[in-house]
Design a protein around this ligand. Structure first.
Ligand SMILES: [Ca+2]
Length: 173
């Protein structure tokens, strides 16, 4: 595209968006039709129940959130959930994961749990563990700290993480 053509094209886009704004304002039933801003999220509250195979000491479960940032780029933020501590069989484990400032529910794209098997020494075999259920809530930035369920799933097990395969579980949001 030549430079002049690109300018003309940009101008037409601007004219179009201005026209749309005017049309919306004219079509609105009242003068104060602006919707309230969407609440932002301060953290994700992650609740994971293990099944009849534990997450062993030295293994790690990492949560990763994929989201769309203010400039439209897909990015991710992650957190180690167990800090190399064991999650015993049939245990319920709750963690709050901070998220980048300004995120709203509409920005959330995908949520993952990634497992890395740890071995205290070379004589141990790799670790496996069963995730029986998961619930992920968005904690909203309001006075009540309202939580909204973002995703949940359960099974028997929902997912069996193994040292050498099936190391990732994810859900599109
Ligand atoms: Ca295990």
């Amino acid at each position: 595209m030549k430079r002049t053509n690109r300018r003309r094209w940009l101008r037409s886009i601007l004219a179009l968006s201005t026209g749309l704004a005017v049309a919306t304002a004219a079509g609105a039933p009242t003068a104060s039709a602006d919707p309230p801003p969407a609440p932002t999220i301060t953290a994700l509250r992650i609740v994971i129940q293990t099944g009849d195979d534990d997450l062993r000491t030295d293994s790690s479960a990492v949560a990763r959130l994929w989201f769309v940032d203010a400039s439209g780029r897909r990015r991710n933020a992650g957190m180690d959930l167990n800090g190399r501590q064991a999650w015993g069989n049939w245990s319920t484990n709750t963690r709050d994961m901070p998220v980048p400032p300004g995120l709203t529910l509409a920005d959330l794209d995908r949520f993952e749990i990634e497992f890395t098997s740890g071995q205290p020494d070379v004589f141990h075999t790799g670790d496996n563990w069963n995730m029986q259920s998961i619930e992920v809530y968005a904690v909203l930035d309001d006075d009540e700290g309202t939580t909204v369920l973002v995703t949940s799933d359960a099974g028997d097990p929902l997912h069996r993480f193994q040292s050498d395969r099936e190391r990732l579980w994810f859900q599109d949001l």
